[in-house]
Design a protein around this ligand. Structure first.
Ligand SMILES: [Mn+2]
Length: 505
């Protein structure tokens, strides 16, 4: 059976065979939208292959976390959305015979190899823009289906319950499963969108191949649509008011302006006393709003390149109910982030696995709380402002913004008064105290795609600047993070400023 990404096929099959021969598997994944969808994809593929497993999540795969995995009874550990960057430490445990690692990741590998290592970067595919952790897990899931299909005449045991431990929820609904696992493409797209892999309004490269498989499987629909966040769940006026990626004077960030704009259209705005949502409009109605919006942008002098960004490819999860967060890849990934950032990976995983009652309600509650925290954080940053260096801008949130959301706040604050989009933004926040250790600082950074096109690579910036002050970090070109010792702020900023200056020169 041909997999979605031919270049990865051979390695994916090798990894899948190793998993299939295991008595049981410990699945360890990163806590964020991409990590949660990675785990959900891997968990369903393993479950369908009839292999008993357990799922655990880690915010950070450090030495202690890896040692804890090694101390379990499991001989096979599948790492998703992390593992490559920690191969130096993982390899020591592998050498000691403690477990065999299987890795499905898309981050920069450490200077060491292992046999069952699936990572697009090893095959010339960009891990920041073409394939996410969830996409890599999907490639593995497709291979696992092919391998278990081949081996279906051999006895593989009867255990299919898959989940033990509080972090694993059994799928409620296995009836929609496709035998080749192509139904899991929808989650892979949610992961890619959550990892900010879409650019110029759509997914590219290997990601686009996965989209194709999802469309063929009937779990995804794509189409050109307004590129605004909240098309499924936001009331129309809020959809327009909160859409600030492309600033339209008199509508963006303008509650009354957005209302006036809609009032001026020949459109039924409310139904049964409730604001209508974009997802409930007819195609003609959508056309009316979109044309008027573009016309307004043109009249107000918004540049043509910006106006183009008002339209993009929408990724719709065809089997999810209209008007819910789950229907739109972007809203789904935000819902997952809202669980992950508050240490409720179990809730996010439950939603991905099809738990539509308790887990979904819980996730929505977490999302409301997340929104309140984000808007309070953005208000704080905008009110207090940032310090502008030659090439970067930064702020220190102390303990007033949770370290797990300070990066999102920084990214969303860019473009607000006094916070330019022409320099990357760095944000410090205090981390919780871990045991007897001194509390460290988390630094998050965000850039823009146009800065990346000019040479910005925040993964290098955060890695080099943090190591220079005794910390560590990494991530992606457009978004990265680091942990540094308390008190190292000044030195870190100077190093980061210098590296960014070199990248953009
Ligand atoms: Mn990822």
């Amino acid at each position: 059976m041909a997999g979605p990404i031919p270049d990865l096929e051979e390695r994916a099959t090798l990894c899948a065979r190793r998993l299939y021969s295991a008595d049981r598997v410990l699945l360890a994944s990163h806590i964020d939208a991409d990590g949660l969808t990675s785990a959900a994809i891997a968990a369903q593929a393993i479950e369908r292959a009839g292999i008993p497993f357990e799922t655990v999540f880690e915010k950070q795969l450090d030495e202690d976390a890896i040692a804890a995995l090694a101390a379990t009874e499991y001989d096979t550990v599948l790492f998703t959305d992390f593992g490559s960057g920690q191969l130096d430490v993982i390899g020591q445990h592998e050498d000691a015979g403690e477990f065999t690692p299987v890795i499905a990741d898309h981050h920069q590998p450490a200077d060491r190899e292992t046999k069952y290592h699936l990572n697009p970067l090893l095959f010339g595919i960009n891990g920041a823009s073409e394939l996410s952790g969830a996409g890599t897990s999907y490639v593995l899931a497709r291979a696992l289906a092919a391998v278990s299909d081949d081996g279906s005449d051999t006895s593989q045991g009867v255990a299919t319950d898959g989940g033990v431990g509080a972090n694993t929820a059994a799928p409620d609904d296995a009836t929609d499963a496709r035998p080749d696992n192509t139904d899991l493409a929808a989650l892979a797209v949610v992961g890619a969108v959550g990892d900010m892999q879409a650019s110029s309004g759509e997914l590219h490269g290997a990601n686009a191949k996965i989209v194709e498989e999802g469309v063929d499987a009937g779990v995804l629909e794509t189409g050109t649509d307004l590129a605004l966040y909240g098309k499924q769940t936001r009331p129309l006026p809020k959809l327009l008011e909160y859409a600030t990626d492309v600033h339209i004077p008199g509508i963006s960030n303008d509650e009354r302006g957005a209302l006036r704009f809609l009032d001026g259209l020949d459109l039924e705005l409310k139904r049964d006393g409730e604001w209508r949502r974009w997802s409930g409009l007819t195609n003609d109605e959508k056309q009316t709003v979109a044309s008027a919006l573009v016309k307004r942008a043109v009249t107000k002098g918004v540049p043509a390149t910006k106006i183009d960004q008002l339209v993009g490819t929408a990724y719709v999860l065809a089997e999810e109910p209209v008007g819910t967060e789950l229907r739109d890849a972007s809203e789904f990934s935000t819902l997952l982030n809202a669980t992950a950032r508050y240490d409720r990976a179990d809730v996010g995983l439950g939603v991905c696995l099809g738990n539509r009652d308790e887990a979904l309600e819980r996730a929505r509650k977490l999302l409301r709380n997340h929104r309140r925290n984000l808007s309070a954080g953005i208000d704080l940053v905008t009110r207090e402002g940032v310090t502008v260096e030659d090439h970067v801008q930064w702020f220190h949130a102390g303990d007033r913004i949770r370290e797990t959301i300070v990066g999102i706040v920084a990214g969303m604050a860019m473009g607000n008064a006094g916070i330019s989009r022409s320099r990357p933004i760095l944000a410090f926040a205090e981390k919780g105290v871990d045991g007897d250790d001194e509390p460290d600082l988390k630094v998050s950074s965000r850039g823009t795609h146009s800065l990346v096109r000019r040479g910005l690579d925040l993964s290098v910036v955060m890695g080099e600047a943090s190591r220079a002050v005794g910390g560590d970090g990494g991530g992606h070109d457009v978004a990265a993070g680091a942990t540094v010792p308390n008190g190292a702020e000044r030195e870190f900023i100077e190093r980061a400023d210098e590296i960014v200056g070199n990248q953009l020169s």
